[in-house]
Design a protein around this ligand. Structure first.
Ligand SMILES: *Cc1c(COP(=O)(O)O)cnc(C)c1O
Length: 396
């Protein structure tokens, strides 16, 4: 019997032109725009992931991550994956079934930590604050005292609310109560003052696409000596092969043993992004973010718009501004996107429909971007204020 191959089906065949996405200005909760020289670095010809030149680049990336985090942690590397992969790596490596993990929840990303810790079979406890507030040292201590956790997990820069959690003293409390401190620095790394070692943070993670001016795809991860000790004392294997830090460290450490094929171009971009920060100087980068955020806040105030978070707890990277009464918030952000190519975020969870989220992160933290957005708010927002005042007046 003659064998014949079936005809190729064209059922899923698309006839497309080359990609032609517009240049947007991303002033939302992330991703943020990448720096032009980062985009150039990304488009270089890949080299082998064990090429001596690449191996040297890996060490440069690790050393510069230590700089932006202000840590001496040996185990510092970018996870292949977005911030959530690095987030998951902290829990996958640290949690043994039954370990008590206390999550300080004050927004959406605290809830994600809670969900993830449960998936690794932690005994998850929480302390909570309303969306828009931060924890006091007393509240943290009360939580540690009541729950006696092995790990306290919290978010430094809560992107869902725009709150910066003050960190002074929390690390000392964790040592006092013999627990590890795990910190989400996704929306603070490279933009908001962070002193990992000084704050006695044992585990932290971040992403490439917010403060670092790189596209999404890498999740910086770091682990200090106390966390390494807990990892070494595990009775069972880390229940996630891809994110197992001991295996990854055989590649990122001195052995350079193959684990997975590193996304080499993403790491080209990461090197360039970190190089730019080192060139500008970390303190200058932080100061630039603060200055531009303050310019935004005073501009919003001048337009009669209200920030959701008290000034002393505001993040320079992410501002939540209340949608004025009678304005369809979604319609206005769609207008900004479609008419002006500018992305601004909406609210998440408890703040859905109540706030806009304005991001000024990394390369986008520039005066011209602040002024552009403020001008648009001044000129074009009034048209979106519906007849609400008249309606309200009629109702009264
Ligand atoms: C964006 C974000 C994450 C998740 O990072 P992805 O890169 O989206 O996976 C985690 N935590 C916080 C606080 C974030 O803002």
């Amino acid at each position: 019997m003659a064998t014949s191959t079936p005809p190729v089906s064209d059922r899923h065949r698309l006839n497309l032109g080359p990609i032609a996405t517009p240049d947007r200005l991303l002033l939302g909760p992330g991703p943020s725009n990448a720096h032009p020289t980062v985009l150039q670095a990304l488009s270089r010809t890949p080299i082998g992931h064990l090429d001596p030149l690449y191996v040297a680049l890996m060490s440069e990336v690790q050393e510069l991550l230590r700089y932006v985090w202000q840590t001496d942690n040996r185990l510092t590397l970018p996870m292949s994956g977005t911030g959530s992969a690095a987030m998951e790596a902290t829990l996958a490596n640290m949690v043994e079934p039954g370990d008590t993990v206390l999550v300080a929840v004050k927004g959406y990303f605290g809830l994600r930590l809670q969900d993830m810790a449960g998936r690794y079979r932690a005994d998850v406890r929480t302390i909570e604050k309303p969306w828009g507030e931060a924890f006091s040292l007393e509240e943290i201590e009360a939580g540690l005292k009541e729950h006696r956790p092995k790990i306290l997990a919290m978010v430094h820069a809560e992107t869902s609310t725009g709150v910066r959690q003050p960190m002074e003293g929390i690390g000392d409390l964790c040592r006092q109560y013999d627990c590890l401190l795990l910190l989400d620095t996704v929306t603070s790394l490279g933009a908001v003052p962070l002193f990992l070692d000084d704050w006695k943070v044992d585990l932290a993670y971040s992403c490439s696409q917010k403060g670092l001016s790189c596209p999404p795809g890498l999740g910086p991860f770091t682990m200090g000596p106390r966390a390494e000790e807990k990892l070494a004392a595990r009775s069972g294997k880390v229940p996630n092969w891809y994110l197992d830090v001991s295996l990854l460290n055989q590649y990122w450490g001195s052995d350079r043993v193959y684990h997975h094929t590193a996304p080499v171009n993403m790491n080209f971009g990461m090197r360039e992004a970190l190089r730019l920060i080192a060139e500008e100087g970390l303190d200058n980068v932080w100061e630039r973010h603060r200055r531009n955020a303050e310019r935004l806040w005073s501009g919003l105030e001048a337009l009669g718009l209200q920030c959701h978070v008290p000034a002393e707890l505001r993040l320079p990277t992410l501002t939540t501004v209340r949608i004025p009464e009678g304005v369809d918030g979604k319609a206005f952000t769609l207008h900004l996107l479609n008419k002006h190519g500018i992305e601004v975020g909406g609210g998440l969870g408890a703040l859905a429909g109540k706030v806009w989220r304005i991001g000024l992160m990394g390369y986008n933290s520039r005066e011209e971007n602040v002024d552009l957005l403020l001008n648009l708010l001044e000129q074009e927002l009034p048209a979106f204020r519906s007849a609400a005042p008249a309606v309200a007046a009629a109702a009264a």
